[in-house]
Design a protein around this ligand. Structure first.
Ligand code: ADP
Length: 557
């Protein structure tokens, strides 16, 4: 028994060690997973700003790459009405364009009062218009060359002159027989400065050749060749910020490049990314509270934590199953240990009684009739006990190995039960057994096996009932195609927790009645027999009130 307890303790400490180990591993896994998630989110805070930038400047790129070159579709001959239409589409679509100045200019070899002149090449504005969303109609026209009151002011002319000088320089130095490269197009016809883009329509090759001739040759008075120039005034603050990762970036704003956050808040995480082109004096400024990021970290960590918990649960379950298995083995060990103990005892008692009786008979010189009868009875009874025990063990093994065959015969249930009841009442005069048979007289079955079942159940009803309450009611009934037999006693009952085990081999409920002479085989044997006869056996019991065993066997006439 000591060994058994030690075994049990070993199981217990093993399972505790296992639990501690998986709990510690889980704690480490949680810690690492949380740290990695934090690092991941912080890295994203740095890396995802490019995506925000790309999305935010997308409309600008569209404007620069698609909308501005549209002017060239007009072949440089935008009049003021077409210009109005064109700028209207821009104002509607691109909120960051605040103002557009349109220079309707000409190139000739005439004398010019304003503009740029190199040799005979003269580039002069004919009229200048400014457009904005809410500009008064009177302020649209900035300059007109044939109006004496109009003057081409320095402010109005600044962008024009810069572009005209660049273009004149290009005409002077370029090889006009060659087609323009993409680089030429970008460098000559676009001027990008802070918050401003000036674009001049790109002339065709013949036109460029003509301009070169005007510059280098003495030609008669030339016509005035149309040229258009537009300056777009942009406001970076009007760019619509597309926060592609709102879960990471709490605030995004456009700030001057030199901006430094004054808030020296250690709880604030910030980063920036400079804009490019005309917005290169500005940057995208990203900031998030640590608490805000923490929420995102937690949100991402949640499924990982769920997975870890699940793994933990599975491991605990595996641990529990192993523990249960070990426990079952441990119980089996105890059962077999008890069984050997009980069996030895069961054999030992009749053997020693027989031995004593034998010795007494041998040592007695004479034996009175009474003594002879007495010893004879003892020897007979103890031999019966041994025989009974051997039979039980033998039949059990046989039935388990399916080594016996059903010997069916028609049994008169009334006679069969009454014989058994008479025998028991002779054996236990304090035992009150009643039998009620309903709707059935003959039953085709193996009387030896049925007798064994009856004997075991009757024996138990007597054994597990308190003195004065030794009562058993047997009722036999035919229900549909079965014979139902109930054995109801008023005994000590069986604890609910043990009900599922009592049909197991060697199982005994610990109580005062089965400490001696019980091996826990009776009900297991009954169940084997009933199953062998294609039937079922069940039990209902209330502790302190009594038990009822029900056997259902298939009915055959
Ligand atoms: P045992 O040889 O110990 O009687 P059984 O297999 O016949 O073995 O019974 C198993 C256990 O079920 C017993 O230990 C006993 O506690 C309980 N038991 C069996 N029949 C009854 C009954 N009629 N009333 C109360 N307990 C019973």
């Amino acid at each position: 028994m000591k060994e058994y307890q030690q075994n049990y303790r070993k199981n217990f400490s093993l399972i505790i060690t296992f639990l501690i180990l998986i709990t510690a591993s889980m704690a480490v896994a949680f810690y690492l997973a949380y740290n990695l998630t934090t690092k991941y989110v912080e890295n994203e805070f740095v890396s995802q700003k490019i995506e925000v930038l790309e999305e935010t400047v997308k409309p600008y790129n569209n404007f620069f790459q698609k909308k501005i070159p549209e002017i060239s579709f007009y072949q440089g001959y935008l009049d003021s009405a077409q210009a109005v239409k064109y700028v209207d589409t821009i104002f509607r679509k691109f909120k960051f364009v605040e103002k557009i100045v349109f220079y309707d200019a000409g190139i000739s070899n005439h004398k010019i009062p304003d503009g740029v002149k190199v040799n005979n090449f003269a580039m002069a504005p004919k009229s200048v218009y400014q457009f904005a969303r809410d500009i008064h109609i009177d302020s649209v026209l900035l300059f007109k060359d044939n109006q004496p009151s109009s003057s081409f002011s320095l402010k109005t002319g600044d962008e024009f002159n810069k572009m005209a000088i660049k273009f004149t320089g290009f005409i002077e130095s370029s090889d006009t027989t060659k087609t323009l490269s993409d680089d030429d197009r970008f460098n000559i016809f676009y001027t990008i400065t802070s918050n401003k883009i000036t674009f001049m329509n790109i002339p065709r090759r013949e036109e460029l050749k003509m301009y070169k001739d005007i510059m280098t040759k003495e030609l008669p008075s030339s016509p005035v060749y149309e040229i258009d120039m537009l300056t777009f005034y942009l406001n970076p603050q009007k760019l619509i910020i597309r926060n592609t990762n709102p879960e990471i970036y709490q605030h995004i704003s456009i700030k001057p490049l030199v901006y430094e956050s004054l808030a020296n808040d250690p709880e604030l995480l910030s980063n920036d990314l400079p804009l490019s082109g005309p917005f290169s004096d500005y940057k995208l400024y990203f900031s998030s509270d640590k608490g805000y990021l923490m929420r995102e970290i937690n949100r991402r960590f949640l499924p990982i934590a769920g997975g870890l918990f699940l793994t933990y649960g599975v491991l605990v379950l595996i641990g529990y199953l192993i523990y249960r298995n070990l426990n079952v083995n441990s119980k089996m060990f105890k059962l077999q240990y008890d069984f050997v103990n009980n069996l030895t005892h069961e054999f030992k008692t009749p053997v020693s009684v027989i031995k004593i009786a034998g010795n007494n008979i041998r040592s007695a010189t004479t034996l009175s009739d009474r003594e002879r009868l007495h010893y004879g009875k003892i020897l007979d009874e103890e031999a019966d006990k041994l025989n009974d025990l051997m039979n039980k063990l033998l039949s059990f093994t046989q039935i388990e190995n399916k080594a016996i065959k059903l010997k069916e015969e028609s049994v008169n249930l009334e006679v069969f039960s009454q014989n058994l009841i008479d025998a028991y009442q002779l054996k236990y005069p304090d035992f009150d057994i009643v039998c009620k048979i309903d709707g059935i007289e003959y039953f085709k079955t193996d009387p030896v096996l049925l007798g064994s079942i009856f004997q075991n159940l009757i024996d138990n009803a007597h054994k597990y009932s308190n003195p004065g309450k030794k009562y058993l009611k047997i009722s036999i009934k035919k229900v549909k195609k079965s014979v139902v037999m109930k054995f109801s006693d008023r005994g000590i009952g069986i604890p609910a927790g043990d009900l599922e085990n009592i049909f197991k081999k060697f199982f005994r409920v610990q109580n005062q009645y089965n400490q001696q002479g019980s091996v826990g085989l009776g009900l297991a044997f009954c169940k084997e027999l009933v199953n062998f006869m294609n039937g079922t056996i069940t039990v209902q019991s209330v502790e302190g009130k009594g038990s009822e065993f029900t056997i259902e066997l298939p009915y055959e006439i």
